[in-house]
Design a protein around this ligand. Structure first.
Ligand SMILES: *[C@@H]1O[C@H](CO)[C@@H](O)[C@H](O)[C@H]1NC(C)=O
Ligand SMILES: *[C@@H]1O[C@H](CO)[C@@H](O)[C@H](O)[C@H]1NC(C)=O
Ligand SMILES: *[C@@H]1O[C@H](CO)[C@@H](O)[C@H](O)[C@H]1NC(C)=O
Ligand SMILES: *[C@@H]1O[C@H](CO)[C@@H](O)[C@H](O)[C@H]1NC(C)=O
Length: 308
């Protein structure tokens, strides 16, 4: 009897100790993270979930942001579907070479122990390297834009006031077939993926000043922005814009529909920045209602407890 009671007490003590250790690990990881990085992590998880909710990404695609605490680094999840991202999927990467520093919110996972990253993280690192003002990047395979990525004769332009990021001259197209062999040698995979610094650099060089988007033939798009909320807003309306332009072309029997001109692109660009907050607030509420998405960095720990 006494033996059983002692065992039980001991088991309880063990449970208590285990919970305490788990809790203190969390407290320690949180303490090591500056508030700016915590906010960035919350936004990155929301962005990943919202992009899936809005069907800009599916199982594939990725979004990242520059580390607000260190411009030589960026935060992005390891290779996981964006909908399934949690705090424990976020990795800090070097802008220099897209090498993993470690998990951003778990100091016990560093360097080579970090789970495998996206093969195409060089899209992000090379855009950050080339454009110091860019603070967020998205890559997606959004189906609606693909006809324009494959149809170089019909440039995708801004059709509506919520998509000024497309510009008025036409989003440039990145086509691996046009690359010299020094960048894409014959003995490398021609699978359209941006798998290394040389390809990422060639993609980054494709951006034009007029457009925040590069279409990728047979593949998808890359979008750059001054914040992760802006990159989500831009990407969603680029997707809608592509449908509107295609419908306009069909309705006009092939005639190019009216697009925004340079002045309208510039001015709607200014106005769009004031709209992002309202959209973001709605989208965060929407993803918070859905059990599939877990933003475990948010104070209210919505929507479901994750056990940590
Ligand atoms: C910023 O990041 C770079 C690249 O990872 C690193 O070498 C440097 O030490 C970092 N700076 C600080 C202040 O942490
Ligand atoms: C990547 O870049 C960082 C920062 O410049 C450097 O410290 C590190 O050694 C590089 N890693 C590789 C594998 O090249
Ligand atoms: C941090 O990573 C370690 C090693 O993978 C893991 O055991 C631990 O549960 C992680 N911490 C949290 C808070 O998830
Ligand atoms: C594009 O922007 C860059 C950097 O802002 C500038 O140096 C360059 O002159 C611009 N090019 C054109 C064609 O406007």
């Amino acid at each position: 009897m006494a033996y059983h009671r002692t065992t039980r007490t001991w088991t309880l003590l063990q449970h208590f100790l285990a919970s305490f250790l788990l809790l203190s690990t969390l407290v320690v990881s949180a303490q090591n993270v500056p508030p700016s990085v915590m906010s960035a992590g919350i936004d990155l998880l929301d962005a990943s979930h919202i992009l899936h909710f809005l069907e800009v990404v599916d199982a594939f695609g990725h979004v990242s942001l520059r580390n607000p605490d260190n411009s030589s680094q960026f935060l992005m999840t390891f290779a996981i579907a964006p909908a399934q991202a949690t705090s424990q999927s976020i990795v800090t990467y070097e802008v220099e070479n897209a090498t993993a520093v470690g998990l951003t919110f778990n100091s016990s996972v560093v360097g080579a122990a970090t789970p495998t990253g996206f093969a195409e993280r060089f899209i992000h690192s090379e855009i950050y390297k080339k454009f110091p003002d860019v603070l967020a990047v998205l890559h997606s395979h959004t189906q609606e834009i693909l006809p324009f990525a494959n149809q170089a004769g019909v440039p995708l332009v801004s059709q509506m006031h919520t998509a000024p990021s497309l510009g008025s001259c036409g989003a440039p197209i990145f086509d691996v077939r046009t690359l010299p062999r020094t960048i894409l040698p014959d003995n490398q995979l021609h699978d359209l993926l941006v798998r290394n610094e040389a390809l990422g650099d060639a993609l980054a060089n494709t951006f034009s000043n007029d457009s925040q988007v590069v279409l990728m033939r047979g593949h998808g798009m890359a979008v750059r922005a001054a914040s992760v909320r802006d990159v989500v807003f831009s990407s969603f309306y680029i997707k809608l814009d592509a449908t509107v332009q295609l419908q306009g072309i069909l309705l006009g029997g092939g005639t190019a529909p009216n697009a925004l001109n340079q002045r309208e692109v510039t001015d709607t660009g200014t106005t769009a920045l004031t709209l992002v907050g309202r959209a973001w607030s709605l989208w965060v509420d929407q993803v918070d209602q859905i059990g599939l998405y877990t933003n475990d960095l948010r104070n209210k720990a919505a929507p479901t407890p994750t056990g940590f």
